[in-house]
Design a protein around this ligand. Structure first.
Ligand code: GDP
Length: 173
């Protein structure tokens, strides 16, 4: 199975750090402004095409590009920083926009993972884990807190979670 995943969120929340962590298992600290689609295999059966872009996704992005991304994707990784409340609020808006842009009838089962990144910066935390969990519960999304800087495993887990959701969505559609 080949599936398309888009990674979205406001600027500097760690979208590229998460993508690069998955692809290379490494954290390199600074990431250029590269817009790219990367292929990544999960075992022999699955390949994810992951679209990472340097732009902020807080709806300031050009509408046609935003819609193109949303239509292209089968699954969504929506990232905020646990130290940045505005980025969390933006994820909440993104979920509504994705669900209304995508086929309305299947809106409930759109595979979306909410990701609170920078868990290592807990001394600067402004968004509680509970808030992320509650948002996921209310919107029928998955939720993970991760640190792209410190931990490969948590990043891998979030993509596995999304993969399972995408398989379920395909089976029931
Ligand atoms: P993007 O604009 O959302 O793609 O964000 P980047 O991946 O470019 O990351 C923005 C900044 O946050 C960079 O300086 C990264 O080194 C830093 N960063 C990303 N993830 C983490 C993390 O988990 N912990 C910490 N402490 N810094 C991170």
């Amino acid at each position: 199975m080949d599936a398309n995943v888009v990674i979205m969120g406001t600027e500097s929340v760690g979208k590229s750090a998460i993508t690069v962590r998955l692809l290379t298992r490494r954290f390199i600290g600074e990431y250029g402004d590269i817009e790219s689609i990367y292929g990544h295999s999960f075992g022999r059966e699955f390949t994810l095409n992951i679209w990472d872009s340097p732009y902020s996704e807080d709806l300031s992005v050009e509408t046609s590009l935003f819609e193109k991304k949303v239509q292209w994707a089968d699954g969504y990784v929506l990232v905020y920083s646990i130290c940045d409340r505005a980025s969390f609020n933006s994820v909440s808006r993104l979920i509504q926009t994705i669900k209304s842009t995508k086929d309305y009838l299947s809106a409930d089962k759109v595979p979306i993972v909410i990701v609170g990144n920078k868990r290592d910066l807990h001394h600067r935390r402004t968004v509680l884990s509970e808030e992320g969990r509650l948002l996921a519960l209310n919107t029928d999304c998955l939720f993970y807190e991760v640190s792209a800087a410190e931990n490969y495993h948590s990043v891998l887990m979030l993509f596995h979670g999304l993969l399972d959701r995408m398989k379920d969505a395909k089976l029931t559609s």
